[in-house]
Design a protein around this ligand. Structure first.
Ligand code: FAD
Ligand code: FSA
Length: 464
């Protein structure tokens, strides 16, 4: 089934040219000039907090939803976190390791985030040849890990009576320290609350916080000067930071650099005594099948994700005239749904049967699809837009951006101020040249599910 690009499906950039020149741009006093952040999700909240901590006094954040946003990928009971040491100067993965070293410090020392981190350890595993190769590469030299080679090795890493499933063919690495999970929703709210306490203004909900378009200057610069919300208000700013997650590419043409892609999760409810027995489990991630960690303390719900290369919601531009025999252009367009495809529900139960069959037939108390934006190389995209010097992009978290909540905002503000380390800036730069011939179906080193990027239009149970 194909949908056509139409009025109902949001298209690319809508520019509204209005007769206002950009606000004066004197860098030395930027601390008091209006800064607008679009999106109070994981990265928007982190950016707001870091701006406020650096003394910015005129920061406004817009979000289409009341906080924590129902569609933020970070609005979740838990997310996996793993620490890393700072890299040596000649480390080939210098940028990513630097980002990880910063989040490690944040969860260890920052009073806003530290209370939400649970250092229970983490097991990374797989069973397919590709998955096993991948997790082997992910375990970096210097990480203190214990190899798990048999199902019994896995069972012994858990309290008795929990991993009762066959775990057939599972092999993995157990990182006992410097890894675990963060209560994502609590950490997100903590960042927002602290930013507010430090003076950041949040305008949230629809229509007042729902951005419908960017505003562009009428002058020859054509620069971005603010954003308009659904109530018709125009929010002008000296700098606009776009942190709208999977929805970012509704606002301008990203030249194929972002692919909105969704993953799936479900909860099952446990009794208080069961929840107590499942406390402090290590995170168990299997690159071929999915992952879970301990049930949350408030509601005693166990969250389970099936692992796969993701779902897109492809919309084809069938109106595109002469394409010289080429297939029509397509875009993946996010939509919100508290439902998952039936095959995803089956995969979640299969993961439970392999690990904890005693829980495999429980009803789901909650299910949701959750959208991210994948870049072509899964590196972040944190850069000024080449055509709009006042627009800073903070997007492309590529399905691994939550763990960075304590620190990513600091790097985003570094870029805002023009002082992001050159090697980091090069890795997260605006880089359309890498996406020209983008293979939209690239699995980007993910495994599991059908071992291919799936299409919601072909799956049962979510799109009717
Ligand atoms: P979001 O947090 O989604 O924020 C975007 C914000 O923009 C939202 O608040 C939204 O309401 C707002 N917005 C959208 N449109 C508009 C508009 N028109 N006007 C105003 N506001 C708007 N990462 C990890 O590190 N560890 C994990 O274990 C992990 N697990 C994951 C599991 C799942 C199932 C999924 C889907 C993702 C997972 N991730 C994980 C990835 C992580 O959640 C994301 O990379 C990260 O949260 C993205 O942050 P963001 O700020 O870019 O987007
Ligand atoms: O180790 C991790 O950072 C897990 S991120 C969790 C996850 O569900 C991925 O497994 C998935 O492939 C996608 O990136 C969304 O996030």
């Amino acid at each position: 089934m194909r949908a056509q690009l139409s009025q109902e499906t949001p298209g690319p950039a809508v520019s509204v040219h209005i007769h206002i020149d950009p606000l004066p741009s004197t860098e030395h006093n930027m601390h008091h000039l209006p800064i607008l952040i679009i999106g109070a999700g994981t990265w928007g909240a982190s950016t707001a907090l870091h701006l406020a901590r650096r003394g910015y006094t005129n920061v406004t954040v817009l979000d289409a939803y009341a906080q924590p946003s129902a569609i933020s990928a970070g609005n979740d009971v838990n997310k996996i976190v793993s620490f890393m040491q700072s890299p040596a100067d000649d480390d080939p993965d210098f940028a990513n390791r630097t980002f990880f070293a910063a989040l490690s410090k944040g969860f260890q020392h920052d009073p806003v985030f530290k209370p939400h981190f649970h250092e229970v350890g983490s097991i990374t595993s797989a069973f397919s040849p590709g998955g096993l190769k991948h997790i082997h590469r992910r375990n970096r030299p210097g990480d203190e890990v214990i190899e798990l080679n048999t199902p019994d090795d896995f069972r012994r890493a858990f309290p008795e009576g929990i991993l009762t499933g066959p775990l057939e063919g599972w092999k993995g690495y157990w990182k006992k320290r410097g890894a675990g999970w963060v209560h994502a929703r609590h950490a997100l709210l903590a960042a927002i609350t602290e930013a507010q306490r430090l003076g950041v203004k949040f305008i949230t909900g629809d229509p007042q916080g729902a951005v419908v378009r960017l505003l562009f200057a009428f002058s020859s610069s054509g620069d971005v000067i603010g954003a308009e919300t659904a109530d018709g208000q125009q929010h002008l700013a000296h700098r606009v930071i776009l942190a709208a997650g999977a929805n970012a590419d509704r606002f301008l043409d990203f030249k194929k650099q972002l692919r909105p892609t969704a993953w799936t999760l479900a909860h099952i409810r446990m009794t208080p005594s069961e929840a107590a027995a499942y406390r402090n489990l290590p995170v168990l991630f299997n690159a071929d099948q999915g992952f879970f960690m301990e049930p949350d303390a408030d509601r005693h719900e166990l969250k389970i994700c099936d692992e796969h290369p993701g779902y897109c919601n492809w919309v084809y531009d069938d109106d595109d005239p002469d394409r010289g025999g080429q297939p029509p252009e397509r875009r993946s367009i996010p939509f919100a749904r508290h439902q998952i495809p039936l095959e995803s529900a089956d995969r979640i139960r299969a993961l439970l049967r392999a690990t904890m069959p005693q829980l495999a037939d429980r009803p789901f108390s909650f299910a949701r699809i959750c959208w991210c934006a994948d870049t072509v190389d899964r590196n972040f995209l944190i850069d000024y837009h080449p055509d709009y010097p006042s627009l800073l992009l903070a997007v492309g978290a590529s399905g691994r951006g939550f763990a960075h909540i304590p620190s990513i905002g600091g790097f985003i503000v570094d870029r805002l101020e023009g002082r992001l380390d050159e090697r980091l800036a090069a890795t997260v730069r605006w880089r359309p040249e890498l996406a020209v011939d983008r293979d939209w179906d690239d699995t980007l080193n993910r495994f599991g599910g059908e071992y291919r990027v799936m299409d919601f239009n072909e799956s049962a149970g979510v799109k009717g």
